[in-house]
Write a protein that binds this ligand. Structure first.
Ligand SMILES: *Cc1c(COP(=O)(O)O)cnc(C)c1O
Length: 453
């Protein structure tokens, strides 16, 4: 056994030295921190030996659980050879092998793989690639992007520019380039059936008719808008957006960072509507939740826009120190092997169907307003008044409180405002899913109704 310092010592040093992401440190420092020591299957174990279900896949990453022998071995095997060498003007073995596999499994027409190390960098690359593509083609004026309301694409400045969640993005406004924003169809909050979808498509069509000569690309979270609260698109929406973009010479960027790698019951969410984007960003699940790696995939057409004589300076001048990291690529390859050998995508689709029968009991509760699900990507929206669909006030911290109760009961998750996130590792068994759901249910009843479940 490796010996770990005491909880008290770690907790004190945690407060002293760390600044946590997306965390109000004042709140954090006033509470006892959760400090994880190890993982076992779909659970995390803290330094006090308390075990928790990883009910949000360590923020939407984990696929096969933790400490998976095949994935561990893939890394150690690669480590014996080399940990890292650059992809700037040279290659490494797993980066080539993974690129081939990714082209095989992503939508037909995506043929080139550009590596980076997280979702946000993958999005930056997509934006810069789309922008420069038009420049390289000699078509000027396409200087803007279209995004969807409440979109989230990561936390670097370009990704924040196409972000549209005021709480996260508003403060940086003076620093950002400004995209056009169209409404995202939220059927839970629409006036009448079908209105939301129609409004989105009409807004996009009008915008494209008037402004397409100014627009390089539209960026979309396909099928499920994640960070805004797990909002599932009405059927046909994605395909229609892609068709409109293509008809108006605007590139279509699919940000599959959250939805990719089986999460929605297909390998990629674009497959639900047989859409091939011009550029696709994948990250989170790519390494099974092991190491930071992302890729931006694109078509021959866009690749050829940069393929020119040296003197023309059409090169894509973009890269990161750890682009195409061999350890990340090796574990991503092993991840894909496991997807295949376990038939994981079909398993997710079947589990998702099975899980649906659990929701009616939740929806009977007084403060459960809506449950949205695509595959194993689930959002449970809590409301003050179900009839009027009135949200809880931000200061009520209802999502936070229910998630805290979940933690006490042995399930980790992180809410999006009033929306509870349930995104278990894709490998979770039905028994594990059942136990996780029971904890969620108990926590919701206890906290929102103030009584025992
Ligand atoms: C998480 C996420 C990102 C950002 O990915 P990071 O790896 O955290 O930078 C981008 N887009 C979507 C849709 C995401 O869910």
């Amino acid at each position: 056994m490796i010996s770990t310092p005491s909880y008290a010592e770690l907790a004190s040093k945690n407060k002293k030295y760390l600044w946590h992401p997306f965390t109000q440190m004042k709140d954090y420092c006033e509470n006892d921190p959760l400090i994880i020591e190890r993982g076992e299957g779909v659970t995390l174990i803290d330094v006090n030996n308390k075990k928790y279900y990883d009910g949000f896949s360590s923020v939407w990453l984990n696929v096969h659980g933790h400490c998976v022998p095949e994935l561990n071995q893939a890394i150690t095997k690669q480590l014996e050879l080399i940990a890292h060498s650059t992809l700037l003007g040279m290659a490494n073995v797993p980066a080539i092998q993974l690129a081939e596999k990714l082209v095989e499994i992503t939508p037909e027409g995506l043929t080139k793989v550009f590596y980076s190390d997280c979702g946000a960098t993958g999005v930056e690359i997509a934006l810069k690639m789309a922008f420069q593509y038009w420049q390289n083609k000699g078509i000027s004026g396409k200087n803007r992007f279209i995004t969807m309301n409440h979109a989230y694409h990561g936390d670097t400045i370009g990704a924040v520019s196409v972000g549209a969640i005021p709480l996260y993005h508003q403060v940086y406004k003076p620093l950002l380039f400004s995209p056009y924003t169209i409404p995202y169809p939220n059927t839970y909050r629409e006036e009448k059936d079908g209105a939301a979808l129609e409004q989105t498509l009409q807004a996009l069509e009008k915008l494209l008719q008037e402004k397409s000569s100014e627009v390089a690309a539209i960026i979309v979270e396909p099928i499920v808008q994640g960070a805004s609260g797990m909002i599932v698109m009405p059927e046909g929406c994605l395909k229609k957006i892609a068709e409109l973009a293509s008809a108006h010479q605007v590139l279509f960027i699919a940000d599959e960072v959250a939805t990719g790698f089986g999460r929605t019951g297909k390998m990629f969410a674009c497959e639900h509507e047989e859409v091939t984007p011009d550029i696709m960003v994948i990250a989170k699940g790519i390494t099974g939740g092991y190491l930071p790696l992302a890729t931006t995939l694109t078509t021959d057409e866009i690749y050829r826009g940069f393929y020119a004589n040296y003197e023309e300076q059409k090169t894509f001048f973009h890269g990161h120190s750890y682009t195409g990291n061999p350890l990340g690529c090796a574990v991503a390859l092993a991840n894909l092997e496991l997807f295949k050998s376990k038939g994981l995508v079909d398993k997710v689709a079947a589990d998702a169907q099975w899980l649906k029968q659990k929701w009616p009991a939740f929806l009977e509760r007084k403060h459960v307003g809506d449950i949205r699900q695509k595959g194993l990507m689930i959002g449970i929206e809590l409301v003050v008044d179900k009839q009027k669909r009135t949200p809880y006030h931000w200061n009520d911290r209802m999502g936070v409180k229910v998630s805290q109760r979940c933690r006490e009961l042995g399930l980790l998750t992180r809410p999006l405002g009033n929306v509870l996130v349930f995104m278990p590792p894709l490998s979770s068994t039905r028994d594990e899913l059942t136990e996780m759901i029971q904890i969620l249910y108990q926590a919701i009843v206890e906290v929102t109704e103030g009584r025992e479940a």
